[in-house]
Design a binder for this molecule. Structure first.
Ligand code: FE2
Length: 558
């Protein structure tokens, strides 16, 4: 049985494929369209992720005729009710209504796009595949619980909003997902974080992680001011004053203009917001852990990408196990909707899940042709030779690109579409931020061999960079590039099986430098999504300050 999960009504349009109970593919449309988020910002519009869908069928050598059902991560009738509550502008209403009533007709009538995909998707075949709709927050919840491997779990979802819910709590079991608590519009932690992000001069729905990074430099001096905007109690209940939330200047002072210098006041606002969020989450989790007796926690929704809060939740040891869906934003709802469809058709909640290397891949043959056609100079090396060469170059202070294997699903590069470097030079953070066109206050993250984690860090070991850890004081001077101002680090662990090439590369780097840690940041440059294909990787390499690029078994240098 083949289920194609699709998120397109919300942000981060994406696809996921479950084949006979196993997650076998997932990718976001942005990687193929080059537009971050997959479409221009317009919620509830119909921009189907055709390119990502085609890439999935191509990778799996399937035709749309082979797909048993398309699972969508929104519930159209609940959305319709939301429209009558006049939440959006007329413009958005129009597109939402059009999408709600004519979904299938719109999907099958983009003839211009479909003509390029006719070997795998024809309009007439697409029309025959049944569509199944699932509530947005339920899809988020399934994206975490169904891939967690837990028998029973509390499942937490928080984002800007779904059809109605902004924060939801479920209990997940083999019988399904049962909602036990909901905070509805306008009580949205995601929207609060987004409006403060905008107030601080960043892009809302994009740059929330920058505010999280900025918080490390701040103090809690705005906690009283935030009481006008959000109140909460020890049971984890919270309430937002929407009028005040959209009038932040009255409580937090004037908004920062884009490009304006960042002051201590901006950092203090960021820190106070972060503290409010963490306090609410810790209260909520402590209360429901005690009330239900459930010892596992699953998390999804954009708020679950707040790895600083996740680190605090882990450190508080409220739960025995925590699983955060790595693609916690709306992108992950395609995985959730697909899992719900599988449950509906086959009665099984848990989906087999290996790792997040779920996207496209390119063979050496593809790359050889590209290199020859482009008249580039490149060396073909064995894996061992590549590892030697890259480790030596990193130890000498060079910065490289690494493009190998299947592209990662979710927002993070995990060693297959990454920029890599040594964490030891004190100027490495500045050099990489400069090359990538990032603000200088933003930290970069490390990959560490899991078996050496404890020598360098304390905190939750995670393969997907979802928890902020603390750098051991005795190790901080060895890895200054990845030690944030507050001695934290968003660590990715790697094992011999999770990513054999990266593990061996770090081992070689360790044999030269004594440090089992390398820098890992995504292979993308200012404003662009992570590169998906070799042409983009090579183009980025030659238009950036990278010193070398590994692309499958080819080494390119300048
Ligand atoms: Fe969402």
């Amino acid at each position: 049985m083949i289920i194609l999960g699709v998120n397109f009504f919300f942000e981060h349009s994406s696809v996921a494929v479950i084949e006979d109970g196993k997650l076998v593919y997932s990718a976001e449309e942005e990687r193929f369209s080059g537009i971050k988020g997959g479409k221009r910002y317009s919620p509830f519009s119909v921009h189907f992720p055709y390119k990502a869908m085609y890439s999935a069928l191509n990778h799996l050598d399937l035709n749309i005729r082979d797909v048993d059902a398309i699972a969508l991560s929104y519930e159209k009738w609940d959305h319709l009710k939301g429209l009558f509550s006049k939440r959006w502008s007329y413009y958005d209403d129009y597109y939402a209504l059009r999408g709600l009533f004519h979904t299938k007709r719109i999907l099958c009538s983009d003839y211009e796009t479909l003509q390029y995909m006719s070997d795998r998707i024809s309009s007439s075949d697409l029309k025959k595949v049944p569509l199944i709709y699932f509530d947005h927050h339920l899809s988020h919840a399934a994206s975490a619980y169904c891939y967690s491997g837990f028998e029973e779990s509390l499942v937490f979802v928080a984002d800007c909003c779904g059809e109605k819910s902004c924060t939801s709590l479920y209990i997940g079991s083999s019988a399904g997902l049962k909602k036990i608590k909901s905070f509805d519009i306008p009580h949205s932690l995601g929207i609060l974080y987004s409006v403060v992000t905008k107030h601080l001069g960043f892009d809302s729905f994009q740059d929330e992680f920058k505010v999280m990074g900025l918080a490390s430099y701040g103090r809690d001096t705005y906690l009283d001011a935030f009481k006008n905007i959000i109140t909460f109690n020890e049971q984890g209940d919270y309430k937002i004053n929407p009028a005040n939330m959209f009038n932040l200047s009255a409580y937090l002072g004037p908004a920062r203009k884009k490009g304006e210098e960042i002051s201590q006041r901006h950092m203090d606002i960021a820190k106070s917001l972060q503290t409010v969020l963490e306090t609410i989450l810790l209260n909520l989790f402590s209360h429901y852990r005690e009330k239900t007796g459930i010892r596992n926690l699953c998390m999804a929704g954009g708020v679950a990408l707040n790895c600083v809060a996740n680190g605090k939740i882990s450190d508080a040891k409220i739960f025995d196990n925590i699983f955060v869906q790595p693609a916690a934003s709306d992108a992950g709802t395609s995985m959730g909707a697909a899992a719900l469809a599988y449950f509906k058709l086959k009665g099984k909640m848990q989906i087999s899940f290996d790792n997040m290397y779920l996207g496209t891949e390119y063979s050496n043959k593809n790359i050889e042709k590209l290199i020859t056609d482009s008249k580039l100079k490149a060396s073909f090396l064995t894996d061992e030779e590549l590892i030697d060469e890259a480790a030596k170059r990193m130890a000498a202070g060079q910065i490289g690109g690494l493009f190998r294997g299947r592209m990662e699903a979710g927002p993070r590069a995990l060693g297959n579409r990454s920029v890599i470097a040594s964490p030891a030079p004190t100027d490495m953070l500045e050099r990489i931020n400069h090359i990538k066109g990032r603000e200088m206050f933003r930290p970069i993250a490390p990959i560490v061999k899991e078996d050496r984690f404890d020598s360098f860090f304390t905190g939750e070991k995670n393969q997907y960079m979802l928890f902020t850890c603390t750098v051991r004081p005795e190790a901080a001077h060895l890895i200054p590039a990845v030690t944030h101002v507050d001695n934290t680090s968003r660590v990715q662990t790697v094992t011999e099986t999770s990513n054999p090439f990266v593990y061996s590369l770090i081992s070689k780097f360790e044999s030269i430098t004594g440090i089992p840690v390398i820098v890992n940041t995504s292979l993308n440059f200012r404003g662009k999504p992570i590169v998906e294909n070799p042409t983009d990787a090579i183009g980025s390499f030659y238009s950036s300050g990278l010193d070398f690029l590994i692309i499958e078994n080819y080494l390119l240098e300048k």
